[in-house]
Design a protein around this ligand. Structure first.
Ligand code: GLU
Length: 469
């Protein structure tokens, strides 16, 4: 039997990191089993779906390493409406489903509770199909439904506690529970690896598989992803969109490594490992069923490590979208013609060890490309103390007299200027740094001045000095 798994997102919003995690787990499982990964877009909720969300899912999957053309699909659920309706009709014909015209109010009035669920009123009324009549599945009165779950063992549900649930609405349209099962059947899915949130649906869905006469799949419900307060990550409250992480400058390799650690770890106390190690070692059965904490701080630290591990040229290439404002990345504060690739290449190795997100490259190098530095006023106030004007005068005079403009000479020159005033290098550097870069922290100063060049450095020092009058 060929293993066939699927990832079945609904295109109703940005692509959730929890979805990305499930997609990767499906992807790896298929690869390990020599199976097939199917992408199915569950687009039947016409009111909430938008084509751009579908495109967003495809490109987010591409980014994370599940590339278009390397999987089956995308199939679109909306194209299988005929199969959904046929399955509903079969269930009705075989007596496994019946029509029901009860309103919610009527059910509540009979049961005296809004929580009780459906009371089976129409079970034996033999109503024919009709406008406004929902089709309900007749759940067994006895027995249990045992779900075989690779992560959770065998969660068991008593059938008598499962209400006669709706499978098609009053207008004949099938609901998620049925459409999802029929699609999995039609597409020959053997293993359903999906989020824990769907576990309450699973006994109902398995009953549908049984009623339609097809062997149900093996299930794996992967743990819910939570924030630091142990709340389920929600798009209204938390940053959850994979695209948002991408646009902030997380590397796909760091992201997918981190996502796979939600509830699982490679052997030997390691966390940062090659993707091939994860592909080899990951075992669905080893995934911890408890909620998995999505720790953005840790992810950030991970990303820093991944950035530092890049070759310098790869790093330069990876920074390009932030430096040129391509794709969905916000444009940098300089004009495209102000960007100087050689100057960037010269400071790139210095920046590479200092940033954790690619987007942080911009404030680190903007002084190189802007006509005048963006002065951070708080930094200015902190660095410009009594005596700073004199220090800048002395630094200017000493720098103007230099024959060679290199980091080492600049450093020893400023060191001497500071020493004459009883200042350590760090103190002497601060006003110079703010004058030239606008900030109190940044790349190593003297290398920065070397790359910025004599004329621009001197003119910025003069401008700062003029401001101190
Ligand atoms: N469209 C459903 C979702 O996004 C898929 C459920 C499933 O994987 O079975 O939650």
């Amino acid at each position: 039997m060929t293993v066939r798994v699927r990832f079945a997102p609904s295109p109703t919003g940005m692509f959730h990191v929890g979805g990305a995690r499930s997609a990767l787990q499906n992807w790896i499982y298929a690869k390990q089993q020599g199976g097939v990964f199917v992408l199915r877009i569950e687009d039947t909720d016409a009111a909430r779906n938008k084509p751009e969300w579908t495109e967003g899912i495809l490109s987010a999957l591409d980014w994370i390493g599940i590339e278009r053309g390397s999987y089956e699909g995308p199939h679109f659920q909306s194209e299988y409406a005929g199969e959904h309706r046929a399955a509903a009709a079969r269930l009705h014909e075989s007596g496994r489903a019946y029509y029901c015209d009860c309103t919610r109010e009527a059910v509540q009035a009979r049961t005296g509770s809004q929580y009780q669920g459906y009371d089976g009123f129409c079970r034996d009324r033999g109503l024919p199909a009709g406008e406004g009549r929902a089709l309900r599945f007749r759940t067994p009165d006895e027995g249990e439904t045992v779900v075989v779950d690779l992560i959770r063992g065998e969660p068991t549900f008593e059938n008598k506690l499962i209400e006669d649930f709706v499978i098609a609405r009053g207008d004949g349209s099938p609901v998620f529970l049925l459409a999802n099962v029929v699609d999995d059947m039609t597409m020959g899915i053997t293993h359903v690896i999906r989020a824990e949130e769907h576990l309450p649906n699973t006994p109902k869905q398995q009953l549908l598989w049984d009623a339609l006469g097809v062997k149900p799949p093996i299930w794996a419900h992967v743990p819910v992803v939570v924030n630091e307060k142990r709340q389920k990550l929600s798009k209204r409250r938390d940053k959850v969109a994979l695209e948002a992480f991408r646009d902030e400058g997380y590397l796909a390799a760091a992201m997918r490594n981190y996502l796979m650690l939600l509830g699982w770890a490679p052997s030997g106390d390691r966390e940062i490992v090659e993707w091939s190690v994860i592909e080899q070692e990951f075992r669905l059965a080893e995934v911890n069923p408890s909620p998995a904490f999505f720790d953005e701080k840790k992810l950030r630290a991970f990303n820093g490590e991944y950035i530092r591990a890049l070759g310098v040229e790869e790093f330069v290439e990876a920074c390009r979208p932030w430096l040129t404002g391509t794709g969905t990345i916000a444009p940098p504060p300089w004009q495209p013609e102000e960007f100087d690739a050689d100057a960037f290449a010269a400071v790139a190795p210095l920046a590479q060890t200092r940033i954790a997100l690619l987007s942080e490259i911009v404030p680190n190098v903007d002084f190189l490309f802007l006509a005048a530095p963006l002065i951070d006023e708080a930094a200015w106030a902190k660095a410009m103390k009594e005596g700073s004007a004199e220090l800048l005068d002395a630094a200017l005079a000493a720098f103007e007299a230099l024959e060679s403009w290199d980091a080492e000479t600049l450093k020893s020159t400023l060191e001497a200027v500071g020493a004459e005033r009883g200042l350590k290098l760090g103190k002497a550097q601060a006003p110079v740094r703010v004058a030239v870069t606008g900030r109190t922290v940044g790349l190593p100063l003297f290398e920065s001045l070397e790359v910025l060049g004599r004329e621009r450095t001197l003119s910025r020092l003069r401008a700062a000095r003029a401001r101190l009058v």
